[in-house]
Design a protein around this ligand. Structure first.
Ligand code: 1CP
Length: 345
């Protein structure tokens, strides 16, 4: 078993970068599509055997340094009493638009939030030595879906609530933070060895808004995990303008998208913080030599500190699994310390 992922996540500047891929369990894999043809998405998430099987699928194909639990950021939300369907993205039957709806949300016991996920985690740990990453959605991003009711480019209803009824927005964010703390602590107690908080839509916020509507809840969640001792990973997409605020988050690892090279991101973050990323997911569609040049460029930009190689965001459903295999091999055969020596010569 390789502890490369956990060592890098704790800040070690490893000779080889550990590698895994966001959405590595998912629709680009024919074996996922085959299972999905037989079961709807909620059934895959809520049946421990199936969720464990889907989590393990990419590990059979690629030499990944980490597994990510198969679930969704919406998995814990039905425990609040909200009805959610997937078509294929999340659709909320009755979007949350009023203070009365926020106050009407259920407060579940930690054990009742997603027991099937906890059993999946135990099964995955029994089946593989590859470190397992648990995850949850950040409150701001969960609220995007809960208030809007579905995926959107601009989340107008939610961002209007933040302005028109900021106290309602803050109350909703608090409820989501409480739920996420309980859910993630359960995941760690069940065996998750690292935790990633997905704030996919935080880049929509200005830094001022982020400091009011995202930073407090994210900080509270990440601090609640501190005593567990597992590495904490945070990702916001399209968030270069937020780097000063993200530097204040209590995390071991900051995951970044492809828009800004890792050396420039590193300069904005506390010393010793591991960076994760940041190959452009569309690079997997490029001719192989162009793809590998981009992989090399990411490794070079990441060489001056701890680095976990990943894509800048999830792998796209149309990507060729072979292209991901080529990326993994390239990262594995690259000695980062030699890269460093060459760069300085
Ligand atoms: O039809 C299907 O098979 C459903 C497709 C699918 C899958 C495979 C969805 C619906 N969710 C997932 C799994 C998933 N989602 C994982 C585990 C798999 C892995 O990483 O290997 C994870 C970590 C997520 C996280 C997730 N879900 C995020 C955060 C990460 C990101 O990509 O920004 C978000 C925003 C979601 C919402 C969601 N769920 C599903 C879709 C298609 C979406 C995006 C919808 C949208 O905004 O339009």
């Amino acid at each position: 078993m390789s502890d490369l992922f956990l060592r890098a996540a704790r800040g070690e500047n490893t000779a080889v970068a550990p590698v895994w891929c966001m959405r590595q369990a998912g629709r680009y894999l024919p074996e996922y599509r085959a299972l999905r043809a037989q079961h709807d998405f909620w059934t895959l998430c809520r049946t421990p055997e199936l969720a464990a099987e889907v989590t393990l699928q990419p590990l059979r194909r690629f030499e990944m340094d980490a597994a990510i639990l198969f679930a969704d950021i919406m998995t814990p939300l039905p425990a609040l009493g909200v009805d959610i369907d997937f078509r294929p993205g999340p659709v909320v039957a009755e979007p949350i638009r009023t203070l009365a709806q926020v106050e009407g949300l259920t407060t579940p016991d930690a054990k009742d939030i997603a027991p099937f996920t906890m059993e999946a985690i135990q099964r995955i740990r029994a089946a593989t030595d590859t470190p397992l990453i648990g995850f949850g959605g950040a409150p701001f991003t969960l609220a995007c879906y809960l208030v809007e009711g579905k995926g959107s480019k601009d989340y107008g209803a939610w961002r209007t609530m933040m302005r028109a009824e900021p106290e309602t927005a803050e109350r909703l964010l608090e409820r989501l933070a409480d739920l996420t703390i309980a859910y993630l602590l359960e995941q760690v107690a069940s065996g998750a060895q690292a935790v990633q908080l997905f704030d996919s839509w935080a880049g929509l916020l200005s830094e001022t808004q982020y400091r009011r509507f995202a930073l407090p809840a994210n900080t509270r969640i990440l601090k609640a995990l501190e005593a567990c001792g597992v590495p904490r990973i945070y990702i916001a997409v399209d968030a270069w303008h937020l780097m000063p605020a993200l530097a204040e988050l209590p995390v071991e690892v900051l995951s970044v998208d492809w828009r800004v090279p890792l050396d420039r991101v590193r300069a904005t973050q506390p010393a010793g913080r591991c960076l994760q990323g940041n190959l452009d997911p569309t690079a997997l569609f490029a001719p192989r030599n162009v793809l590998l040049e981009e992989v090399d460029a990411v490794l070079r930009a990441g060489k001056d500190g701890a680095h976990i190689f990943n894509l800048g965001h999830g792998i796209l459903p149309g990507a060729d699994p072979e292209a991901l295999g080529a990326v993994v091999r390239r990262v594995r055969e690259t000695d980062r310390h030699a890269l460093k020596a060459k760069g300085e010569a």
